[in-house]
Design a binder for this molecule. Sequence first.
Ligand code: CMP
Length: 143
Amino acid sequence: MSLEQTFSIIKPDGVRRNLVGKILSRFEEKELRIVATKMIHMSKSEAEGFYAVHSERPFFGELTEFMCSGPVVVSILEGENAVLHHREIMGATNPDDADEGTIRRDFAESLGENTVHGSDSQENAAIESSYFFSQTEIVNSSS
Ligand code: CMP
């Protein structure tokens, strides 16, 4: 087991439906600690930069339009095996495939509007965290 950080987004559909507290509680109840968080409203170009890895995909336009359609909550979460643990709490990308009790199974309405995003590796967690947070916005969890 190792202490890791991962990057998390509560997407516009989650914020719009007043699910921020419920979703952050699920992370905290399952031993992930919030070490940075804020609400932002991404511009189209910020969304395009964040999801640049998907720029050739047919759904890129739909995805980036959606991500800047309203405010989101971005967070950095810390815990044992945080990247994988967070992905387990979120459930499969497509809510139809997500296990019972996961965030996407319980709240997400479609593949495109799937309520939450989480990093898929430690390397991407570091890249995605630094896309939205400066070092001074991240607390030291042991303090
Ligand atoms: P996320 O974990 O944020 O990473 C990329 C997102 O693209 C993914 O969640 C989905 O919401 C979205 N996505 C993936 N495949 C499709 C698709 N076929 N159509 C629309 N959106 C998709």
